[in-house]
Design a protein around this ligand. Structure first.
Ligand code: ATP
Ligand code: MG
Length: 238
């Protein structure tokens, strides 16, 4: 069974002449252990796709199923609980809470999910060290560089073994070496059974994925076949 299944998913914004089809009839499945990259020009609907997959926004039409649960059939509270338990989200604009330290930011989703503080702290330290920023645990976001904040945001998405990791340009502020380290961590998570949907505009990062989905004007215009490796399409896209 897919960890994420999207069926004919559309999201419109506005009405009349101002109507924008941010996403149009997208159908996409992500299997356990699968790492899928999403590429496409600015405004093509990549962030919209992730927002809908993570239940942060509802589609205008179509169905989104996460870990067997139809998001449209859940109450708000049920959707939040599912999100906390099953979905890790790296936002394009990070969304770290400025009044919390790095460790506290990473602990927060676990504590909200009922994990005891001591246990949450252990998990947070582990997640921070996975992305190479363990020494920044007690710093506040405004005391860190953009790349360091980005890694804390990734740690927050990975903590607690979520089954679905949604990452919106998680390497935007990272140098190429650190970016590759983050790819290795995400790849490792997928090899351990998680599913990952990652927006990127860097083909060398997309090359870590099992499959690349290309979006244009809210539609999937091309996708590499399952597990065949994205290299061919990336060559063609150049
Ligand atoms: N809340 C909104 N109201 C109106 N239009 C929106 C809204 N959110 C997104 N859009 C529009 O939907 C389209 C897709 O936006 P989206 O943010 O998904 O693009 P993107 O592929 O993530 O772009 P980028 O690479 O710049 O991050 C764009 O045309 C955008 O202007
Ligand atoms: Mg975006």
């Amino acid at each position: 069974m897919s960890v994420l299944s999207m069926r004919g998913v559309s999201r419109d914004h506005g009405t009349g002449p101002g109507l924008v089809h941010a996403l149009a009839e997208v159908t996409l499945d992500v299997a356990p252990g699968e790492f899928v990259a999403v590429m496409g020009p600015s405004g093509s609907g990549k962030s919209t796709l992730l927002t809908l997959a993570g239940g942060l926004d509802a589609p205008t039409s179509g169905q989104v199923v996460v870990d067997g649960a139809d998001l449209g059939a859940l109450s708000r509270a049920e959707r939040s609980a599912l999100r906390r338990r099953a979905v890790g989200y790296v936002f394009q604009d990070l969304n770290l809470i400025p009044s919390l330290t790095a460790a506290e930011n990473v602990m927060l989703p676990r504590e909200l999910d009922g994990v005891r503080t001591r246990q949450a702290r252990v998990e947070a330290r582990h997640a921070l060290s996975e992305v190479g920023v363990a020494e920044l645990a007690d710093r506040f976001p405004d005391e860190m560089s953009g790349g360091q904040q980005q890694r804390v945001a990734i740690a927050r998405a990975l903590v607690g073994d979520r089954r679905l990791v949604l990452a919106d340009e998680p390497t935007g502020a990272l140098d190429s070496h650190t970016g590759e380290d983050v790819m290795r961590v995400l790849r490792g998570r997928c090899d351990a059974g998680a599913s990952c949907l990652m927006v990127t505009h860097e083909s060398r990062h997309a090359a870590w994925a099992d499959r690349v989905v290309f979006l244009r004007d809210g539609r999937i215009v091309d996708a590499t076949p399952d597990r065949s490796g994205p290299e061919t399409l990336l060559q063609e896209a150049k």
